[in-house]
Ligand binder design. Sequence first.
Ligand code: PEP
Length: 252
Amino acid sequence: MRDKIVAGNWKMNLTRQAGLSLVDEIYRGLNLDDTTDVKVVVAPPFPFLFEMRDWINPETLLFLSAQNCHQEKNGAFTGAVSAEMLASYDCTYCIVGHSERREYFGEDDKLINQKIQRLLENSIKPIYCCGESLEERESEKHFEVVAAQIQSAFQGFKKQELLNVVVAYEPVWAIGTGKTATPEQAQEMHAFIRQKLSQVLGDEAEEISILYGGSVKPENAKELFSQKDIDGGLIGGASLNANQFLSIIHSF
Ligand code: PEP
């Protein structure tokens, strides 16, 4: 059985106090519901990671993620944070390849491949984001684009290593825009990604969680999550509101 995961990407939002209140509300909301088998992941900004560890509790299925890491092990990279540091802060996951990192920080899949390497060396599960732009979808290149992203990001890893990766399909045109892929569009791409992964992993591709991201809200989560190959969501805007985030979790 693959993991069901709902991950909240807080991006560069909130202050320390607001972040602590939010994680506390999420934690309490989860504690009240003892039937959920969804792994809930919060990805706050780096400075919040230390204190957020107090809320991490595998029994309530609440886990910590970072939003990024540096591709080198350590060294003279002012302002950067290594995978080893994240491991020492009990991060179970780390987002890599988010479209905002690709667009605003010029990251490509070759670099992301190195980051995945660093994370796996430190036993952190990468949440690898991929997805096409609006122009690529309109010119019907979306399958080609996502296949190339996956091929290059996962190049050179052994099967056993790749089994620790979570994939997030995030069509760029749906992120923060209020536009969501239809459940059919999302399912079609998720099935395609799983089929690509099966070329390396064989039947074990069935074990990989593939999340959908792009304007997931309480109103559309249930239908998206009911698709065969959609194993949860990577949530941006709606993860900043505890009620909305909990409602998305409970829509499983
Ligand atoms: C994201 O940034 O990963 C994301 C999915 O954002 P939103 O939910 O706001 O579209």
